[in-house]
Design a protein around this ligand. Structure first.
Ligand SMILES: [Zn+2]
Length: 117
């Protein structure tokens, strides 16, 4: 029986109302190596992945900086159209940091207003 979806990392579970139409997979979740991950955990795994490359005794300041930019990069690659303010909030960082990452990664900012024809 499929009793909902449980994230392999944080164990959050998504369930649907009885009788509701079940999507194939919860929005923004991914399956990786046979395990399911919610969006927040995908972001954290991206941050953890960059920290693995650092020596264990690296300064905490460096770790925070690296993991923060990894989260931003994850969001920018996932959805480049997401406003900087939303990315900053999701990654618990500043809009300035998001803008800087956009520049470094060459991800153009979303166009919030339609260009006049
Ligand atoms: Zn999770």
């Amino acid at each position: 029986m499929n009793d909902g979806w449980t994230c392999a990392r944080c164990e959050v579970t998504v369930r649907w109302m009885p009788g509701a139409e079940r999507p194939k997979q919860p929005h923004n979740w991914i399956k990786d190596g046979g395990k399911l991950y919610c969006l927040a955990c995908q972001r954290e795994r991206a941050a953890e992945a960059v920290l693995e490359d650092l020596p264990a005794d690296a300064p905490v300041k460096d770790k925070l900086k690296l993991s923060s930019s990894a989260r931003i990069e994850f969001e920018l690659r996932r959805d480049p159209e997401l406003p900087d303010s939303k990315i900053a909030k999701a990654c618990r960082t500043s809009m300035a940091a998001v803008r800087k990452s956009r520049e470094q990664l060459g991800v153009p900012a979303p166009r919030l207003t339609k260009a006049k024809a």
